[in-house]
Design a protein around this ligand. Structure first.
Ligand code: SAH
Length: 245
């Protein structure tokens, strides 16, 4: 694939094969994830595959593999690699399982999820981010991911139930509609807490009519934004009818 965009114009490597990024990606996985206790080989392999540099703004590709969140516009961030790994490890995604992500952001975590299963739906509240993520996902061979612009607290009813729901923005409680859309045996992973206060990563497991909650420890996420409207349907707003491919 030919390098393009501002980084290419400056002569830096932006391609995904045989370049400096591959080495950085391996280092991120070995030193930033495995050495810190992430042990799920499928998550490690997926994160060793997805070109994170493609999901950050062109002027930040040099720091794409630092273990920290980076700005992606619209006051939002791409989550730090370690936190993505923790969430996906806790979600225990198996091949073929149906996964909903709330908070597409750059599309990075959706791409990693797409490496774990080929059944991924992701909802983003901000139209500009949803549109950019869709383009990035398609150009990194993750075109099977369904992207929608809407309020993720409402889930994606037409595609439910989900075996896994991953929420990438913090809320004071788990949105009830998301629990409703969880399959029997399903897992929901979400940061719960106040935007400016302590937050904890929570896993909710559904077993028949009951749910079991487990707390995994402190995290810091951007807040979940209020819906476009309180009770309306999720709005398909990204280009090319992304829900249908
Ligand atoms: N998973 C992303 C990081 C997301 S940051 C990545 O890999 O890059 C959290 C995202 O959640 C932001 O993009 C924010 O706009 C989005 N968000 C916040 N509230 C939301 C809501 N109610 N519904 C859907 N997305 C929401």
């Amino acid at each position: 694939m030919a390098a393009s965009g501002p980084a290419a114009a400056e002569g830096r490597d932006v391609d995904t094969g045989g370049d400096g990024f591959s080495a950085r990606r391996v280092r991120m996985v070995e030193e930033g994830l495995r050495a810190r206790g992430v042990s799920d080989e499928r998550v490690l392999a997926a994160m060793a595959t997805v070109p994170r540099e493609r999901f950050v703004p062109a002027d930040l590709t040099d720091v794409a593999y630092d273990d920290r969140p980076l700005p992606i516009g619209a006051d939002q961030t791409i989550s730090q690699p370690y936190v993505v790994a923790l969430m996906l490890e806790a979600a225990e995604v198996r091949p073929g399982e149906r996964v909903l992500e709330v908070g597409t952001g750059s599309g990075y975590a959706a791409a990693v999820l797409d490496e774990l299963t080929d059944q991924v739906w992701t909802v983003e509240r901000q139209a500009a981010l949803a549109a950019t993520a869709l383009v990035t996902l398609r150009s990194t061979h993750h075109s099977g991911v369904h992207v929608r612009w809407g309020d993720g607290a409402l889930g994606w009813a037409e595609a439910a139930p989900f075996d896994v729901i991953v929420v990438a923005a913090a809320g004071e409680q788990v949105p009830p509609r998301l629990v409703d859309q969880l399959a029997d045996g399903g897992r929901l992973v979400m940061p719960v807490g106040r935007p400016d206060g302590p937050q904890e990563l929570v896993v909710v497991r559904r077993s028949g009519p009951t749910t079991l909650e487990e707390r995994l420890g402190p995290v810091q996420f951007v807040p979940m934004l209020p819906g476009l409207q309180d009770d309306g349907p999720v709005v398909d707003g990204a280009p090319d009818d992304p829900g249908s491919n």
